[in-house]
Design a protein around this ligand. Structure first.
Ligand code: HEC
Length: 154
């Protein structure tokens, strides 16, 4: 499966890293947008070429689909992680997932080399993918998180 996710359209400013240029008058917008896009690719250079799917938000609904289309690019299809251009920790048998609030926090805020991909998901999607990784890949944490837990962390 191709893991390249297309860059957000230039006009979806929400996910374009804002630069001082983007605050300038409209005449400068095109240049600012181009620059911002460059900034985004630069910021994600360490991220296996992943940028974000079209539109502002991921459209996948189930944890399995979200994992496959968003997380697996970096954490690999079986959650085994990878070491190469960067270090992508294994989510398989990961004791850090025991605390359900931790993966929610990481998705919403990012963590060093990991972009805050949860900002492009709604509360249900984050809960679904968190529950998915916490109950797959050798993880067996049965205390499912809810959309309300996510809302409380945002
Ligand atoms: C662009 C690459 C990338 C994507 C996409 C990505 N991650 Fe990450 N993730 C990382 C990196 C890199 C780290 C390690 C950050 C650090 O500690 O330096 C990480 C760390 C984590 C951690 C913390 C692991 C630990 O042991 O502390 C969790 C949990 C996590 N990711 C879950 C997810 C989930 C769930 C998704 C999909 C919704 C996802 N990640 C998508 C790159 C990515």
């Amino acid at each position: 499966m191709a893991m390249t996710i297309h860059p957000a359209p230039l006009n979806s400013g929400r996910h374009v890293i804002m630069t001082t240029q983007s605050a300038r008058p409209l005449g400068r917008l095109a240049a600012a947008a181009a620059f911002s896009l460059f900034a985004v690719s630069g910021a994600l250079a360490d991220s296996a070429g992943v940028t974000f799917s079209s539109g502002n938000n991921f459209t996948e609904k189930t944890g399995e689909e979200l994992y496959a289309n968003v997380c697996a690019a970096c954490h690999m299809s079986e959650g085994q992680g990878a070491v190469g251009a960067g270090h992508y920790p294994a989510l398989a048998k990961n004791a850090n997932l025991e605390s359900s609030g931790y993966p929610i926090y990481v998705l919403l805020n990012g963590l060093k080399g990991m972009p805050p991909v949860g900002k492009m998901m709604d509360d249900d999607q984050i809960a679904a993918v968190v529950n998915y990784v916490r109950t797959n890949f050798g993880n067996d944490y049965k205390d499912a998180v809810t959309a309300a837990d996510v809302a409380g962390t945002r």
